[in-house]
Design a protein around this ligand. Structure first.
Ligand code: CIZ
Length: 329
């Protein structure tokens, strides 16, 4: 029997350039002006990209900032679902993701089909979806949440029965704080956060016994339990301000955050919680985008995020419901 094979999909061609970093940055600046573009960098991006961006921050904050600009083009240096959020918030702007390899294991752990199956098992529950999810999954959800406002979002619901998706660590943390609700939690995780164990954090703390521990709620329960503060990346910037006399902070989130903290608080010290200079707290998807990808993205206006109008409308409704609930951070 002859076997038929599906021809492989044409792989995206990633160009290479020998231009030095300073020249790439100068070219990116020139292209930004010429094309009326704005560059966004998530807190987990490589330092060089955070430094050249017009805005740095969390995925939703960046999408909101970009929607307020007059830019024609948004270059989102982050991962795919984040660029989708920017498109949902700015449907008439051209949104570009510089590297197509910038995916997200957590977002990919739930598909519209798996969400549908799950909803059938819990027909009376209201779906709350963390923004780390695809646009299609957001569109199938009643309301979105960020790690900053998840507790308020769940608390704000009229329904006491909640399906929380996709992050089980964030879901557990929320459920603990809203015991009056029956929160059923999906089984997804961010592998970068989930790999961290309290034993590693404690051993780092032994080296810096006076340090304040700040953990992201995507971390496991044992880590969150020994943290002094549990918050989103934006919340971490505010949390540090609460400890003006603290010299050292131990940070339990993706290591890109250390750059932003060191920039904003140059007189305080920030160390990675894994005791190995952030080598475990390293998201390969967040770090895949290099300066040259931003340059080629602007040159060739690639890779454009395209979403169906129906998906944009559904996802926007879920995001707008969330934005009507005040943030906690
Ligand atoms: O949504 C975001 O930006 C992420 C991934 C985390 C955070 O806390 O900012």
């Amino acid at each position: 029997m002859t076997q038929t094979q599906t021809p492989p999909q044409a792989a995206p061609q990633y160009h290479q350039t020998d231009l030095p970093a300073e020249e790439l940055i100068a070219q990116i600046d020139r292209l930004k002006q010429e094309k009326n573009a704005v560059v966004l960098a998530h807190n987990y991006q490589i330092p060089e990209i955070q430094d050249l961006a017009d805005f740095t921050g969390d995925s939703l904050g960046l999408s909101v900032e970009a929607s307020k600009t007059e830019a024609d083009i948004i270059v989102f240096c982050g991962v795919h679902f984040m660029a989708e959020s920017a498109k949902i918030m700015s449907p008439t702007k051209k949104v570009l993701l510089p590297h197509l390899g910038a995916g997200c294991s957590l977002a990919d752990s739930i598909t519209p089909e798996s969400l549908d199956d799950w909803k059938q098992d819990y027909p009376d529950h209201t779906v709350v979806t963390y923004v780390n999810s695809t646009a299609e999954v957001k569109a199938e959800s009643y309301i979105c949440c960020t790690s900053a406002n998840a507790v308020s979002v769940v608390r704000s619901l009229d329904n006491d029965k909640v399906l929380f998706t996709p992050d089980r660590n964030l879901g557990r943390w929320v459920a603990e704080q809203v015991p009056e609700k029956d929160v059923v939690i999906y089984d997804g995780v961010c592998p970068t956060h989930d790999v961290l164990r309290a034993a590693s954090v404690k051993s780092t703390h032994e080296d810096y016994p006076e340090a304040v521990i700040i953990a992201h709620p995507e971390c496991r329960q044992d880590v969150v339990e020994i943290a002094h503060e549990v918050c989103s990346t934006t919340g971490m910037l505010k949390a540090v301000e609460k400890y003006p006399d603290a010299k050292t902070f131990i940070i339990a989130t993706e290591n890109g955050m250390l750059h932003q903290l060191r920039l904003r608080f140059p007189h305080q010290e920030f160390v990675a919680a894994d005791g190995c200079i952030g080598c475990r707290l390293h998201c390969p998807y967040m770090k895949i985008t290099a300066l040259q990808d931003v340059y080629f993205s602007l040159c060739e206006e690639r890779y454009e995020i395209k979403l169906d109008d129906e998906v944009i409308a559904g996802a926007r409704k879920a995001l707008e419901r969330m934005m009507a609930v005040p943030r906690d951070d």
